[in-house]
Write a protein that binds this ligand. Structure first.
Ligand code: GDP
Length: 471
């Protein structure tokens, strides 16, 4: 039983406070009270454009543009006539929303103007806002930066938001939304909590180890928690490449002999004329890459020079590059291909093209032929089946964002989880308890930095660069 009132429970309660003084505070200074404004919807003519402000002068700006009205009720859309405060000239009849902080996206006082999307209206309202003292145009990502600075979003959620804005495929959107919902952050925080408890146990032993009344098995308990965490981290790290592929695209290379229909297949899959299709062998002399959405997954699709020997130097260089690109890919689609040219082991999908040229009774028995799909780039026969198989392959290499644990989508995530795992290795081999406790602190630090605690300005700047003005 515990004798010292400085019990583990007290310590565990103390630790989060000592270690976690919210990742946001001090990590980023939101600036000396400036109020920012920007067009937050896309550029160009549109039905409705959203202009927003954030900062202490937001309410004042709203009143200036809608004079002589008072502030509308919080978080309720109100129709107001907007006028230029300098000339009194009407600008638009618009919906306005007033979000007093801290219940707003940034945590500060915010206003949204939903104006008609004509360029003259948008520029008129932006100019009018610029004339209000204390307001200045926002920089790229500044709204999100403020949300992070006020603890509204963790760093992984900020990354999820950036990914959601840039998501081009269904799977990227699903993954980004999960990250924005904070799944990865929650997981890291629960791991950090485990470490906090383990650390409290080790420290209690350091302080009260000689004390008979110290609860038995305190260190064993810490060891057990650390072992469990090691297994969980290891499993996530093994999966790390999948999340990154999902974010930046899996490499799929189409390769095979000349004239097999590689360029035709690339054009068919990307639904645009990426490569030159010609009956003359050797037209594709370099590796042509195009980003495509394949069955909802982001893919970097490459057309390669046909793999044949004894040709001129330019085509030979193309063949060399084709072979080299096969070292970096995740899936090979090989129309009429017979072997994996690089000797490495990406997933190989054998496709027999030009099935329209086969006799109606089919290809006949080919006992030597490995499992394959029949396709005709000319008629489109077999395309549906190929896309289905590709979808399964891509789900295997990218991970399925709808199910399973949250994926690690950035090298930064991988770096911190690896750092945490390494520190846990040091804990196990520590010569004394002080070093063991230090290793746990290092491990804890990695998990906290992953969600944004103690993040360096450089990393934050890199992440916020992904945002556009108005976000
Ligand atoms: P690559 O050299 O492997 O890139 O092959 P291409 O895509 O340039 O195609 C070579 C030739 O085969 C062209 O004349 C294409 O029109 C033709 N071709 C491609 N796919 C098919 C197909 O499914 N059926 C038939 N009959 N011809 C095809």
């Amino acid at each position: 039983m515990w004798r010292g009132l400085w019990s583990l429970a007290t310590r565990a309660a103390h630790w989060p406070h000592r270690l976690c003084t919210r990742q946001s505070s001090g990590a980023l200074d939101p600036g000396p009270g400036a109020t920012i404004f920007a067009l937050s919807s896309g550029q160009g003519r549109c039905g409705i454009a959203v202009i927003r402000t954030s900062g202490p002068a937001s309410g004042h700006a709203l009143r200036r543009l809608t004079e002589p009205r008072n502030l509308p009720p919080a978080r309720k859309a109100s129709l107001r006539l907007l006028s230029d405060p300098r000339s009194g000239e009407p600008l638009d009849r618009a919906l306005v929303l007033w979000f007093p902080g801290p219940q707003s996206f940034t945590g500060e006082d915010c206003v949204e103007f939903h104006v008609h999307g004509g360029p003259a209206v948008v520029s008129g309202v932006l100019e009018a806002l610029g004339s209000v003292p204390g307001l200045r145009p926002a920089e790229a990502g500044e709204f999100t930066k403020r949300a992070f600075a006020h603890g509204k979003l963790s760093l992984t959620e900020v990354e999820g938001l950036a990914d959601l804005i840039h998501a081009e495929t269904e799977s990227q959107r699903r993954q980004a939304l999960r990250q924005l919902d904070g799944e990865l952050g929650h997981l890291c925080r629960s791991w950090a909590e485990t470490l906090t408890k383990a650390l409290a146990h080790v420290e209690a032993y350091i302080d009260f180890g000689e004390d008979d009344n110290l609860e038995e098995g305190v260190l064993e308990q810490a060891d057990k928690e650390v072992r469990k965490l090691e297994v969980a981290l290891g499993a996530h790290l093994r999966d790390a490449r999948r999340g990154q592929r999902l974010r930046s695209g899996a490499h799929v290379v189409v390769t095979g002999p000349p004239n097999a229909g590689k360029s035709s297949l690339v054009n068919l899959l990307s639904q645009k004329p990426v490569s030159i299709v010609s009956p003359e062998p050797g037209t594709t002399r370099d590796v042509l890459e195009t980003p495509v959405d394949l069955a909802g997954f982001p893919v970097l699709l490459s057309d390669t020079a046909g793999l044949r020997e004894g040709v001129g130097p330019v085509e030979q260089e193309g063949v060399r590059r084709a072979r080299k690109s096969c070292n970096f890919l995740d899936t090979v689609v090989a129309p009429l291909g017979t072997r994996n040219p690089s000797g490495s082991s990406p997933r190989l999908l054998l496709v027999l093209n030009k099935s329209d040229l086969l006799p109606p009774e089919g290809p006949g028995p080919c006992p030597d032929l490995p499992p394959h799909l029949l396709l005709s780039c000319l008629t489109g026969a077999g395309l549906h089946g190929l896309l289905e198989v590709l979808k399964k392959e891509l789900a295997a290499v990218c991970g399925d964002p709808s199910t399973g644990p949250p994926l690690l989508t950035r090298a930064r995530h991988q770096h911190h989880l690896q750092g945490c795992l390494d520190a846990l290795g040091h804990y196990k081999h520590a010569r004394d308890l002080a070093l063991a406790a230090e290793a746990l602190r290092v491990a804890w630090g990695h998990l906290t930095r992953l969600t944004g605690g103690g993040g360096t300005e450089e990393i934050l700047d890199i992440i916020f660069q992904d945002f556009c003005v108005g976000k």
